[in-house]
Ligand binder design. Sequence first.
Ligand code: SAH
Ligand code: SF4
Ligand code: F3S
Length: 486
Amino acid sequence: MENLISDLEILDKKDEACEVVHVSKDVHTGNARKLYIESYGCQMNFSDSEIVASILKKDGFDTTSDVLQADVILLNTCSIREKAEQTVRSRLNYLNSLKKHKPELLVGVLGCMAERLKSKLLEEEKIVDLVAGPDAYRDLPNLISQVDDGAKAVNTFLSREETYADISPVRLNSNGVTAFISIMRGCDNMCTFCVVPFTRGRERSRDPHSIVNEARELYNNGYREVTLLGQNVDSYKWSAEENNKAWIEKSQVAEVINFAQLLEMVAQVSPNLRVRFSTSHPKDITDEVLHTMAKYANICKSIHLPVQSGNSRILELMNRGYTREWYLEKVRKIREVLGNDCSISSDMITGFCTETEEEHQDTLTLMDVVQFDFAYMFFYSERPGTLAAKKWKDDISLDIKKYRLDQIISKQREHSLLRNKQDVGKIFEVLVEGISKRSETYLQGRNSHNKVIVFPQEGFQKGEYVNVLIEACTGGTLVGKVVSRY
Ligand code: SAH
Ligand code: SF4
Ligand code: F3S
């Protein structure tokens, strides 16, 4: 056990530092051409790559996990911070070396960087043959054939309607137990630091009927957990009138479906299907959502509620639409409705334009009050075209941004460990997801609070629910033993 704990501590540090990259898996259906997709950025991007794989499967492609086997290489990219774009540029440099040996190789850029830079990418990165924005994936077969005919191809048209509702994603990184379902696209919020509204376009919600069908199909195929995805899930709103009148006649449900109602519809697919969701915006999450969470045992008690800053003046400059007090009141409400049986996680940015030392201290004191279970933390990276870039100087030096970031990271480490220590001695229901990344003789899964739990194998199977008694922990993982199964 002690060896395991020290291995886990080393890996916790690696997890904090690493940027996740998802690579397509090997699928052989006898299709002629091989597609390799690499995805950067958020879960929405990973989910989009599954839609791309599905569209191209119909067009004669099988996916591969080996970049050297590929006929077509697609990078599904992220623009959220400058570093994310730099990672993609250095990856394109490496792909350039492959193209020298295999000139017929097609290299395409998808996602947010494609949308932000459009045809400029073709000029800047000479090896790129194809550029497709997040709403242009249905056009990929056509774009690929343009490249096959010797042209370069670009489609960065942003749509007000596209939700890919009818496309059944090819699960690329799946453990066969947990899956993502996109419920909406785009974002209308205009946080001043954020590039997403420019790269993803206007917010639109997907037909709830197609979401429930996708969840049901996943359940029938052995999946036991779905995560409903959107940049701001709490503003999900689907209206039959606006979207499709025929639908309401077919299903006979209320004319407007909000997020709480959608959550309930998905929770009712089966009590054995867990439901998660991300991301919640503090200004939009409603009491109705909290009560729906309380009503269904299979809705996981975990809320990702990014605060960004603990200071009201900075929050106003960020255009987040809430103050420090409003945020703390939301947290109080969550605890009132769900008690301590709900984890709360956050995102935070240090060194936003004009942030003073005292204002940074406000973020630290807010962290002390809330004690987040987990957080993603960044220093501010100015993005061209955003409101902040247009209006204000990026005036906090990199050294100060990084110094403040170190402070919030070490505070969060303390809190994560503290919150995990409070779980030692408790028994949690865990959905088994597979072999532990840490040790071959252990399995891993998560509890309702989204905490990773590692325990000895003892013949338990993926997709099974077991009760685990927690015996030890690190800041990132709980370790225990199974005391009963279902
Ligand atoms: N829709 C989600 C966040 C999506 S982006 C929300 O509203 O919370 C994920 C996180 O990246 C953000 O929460 C923010 O903390 C961070 N981020 C976004 N733009 C950034 C920038 N310009 N510099 C640094 N971090 C940024
Ligand atoms: Fe960006 Fe704000 Fe939209 Fe999140 S809510 S994606 S931070 S604009
Ligand atoms: Fe990145 Fe685009 Fe997601 S900018 S975080 S991939 S929406």
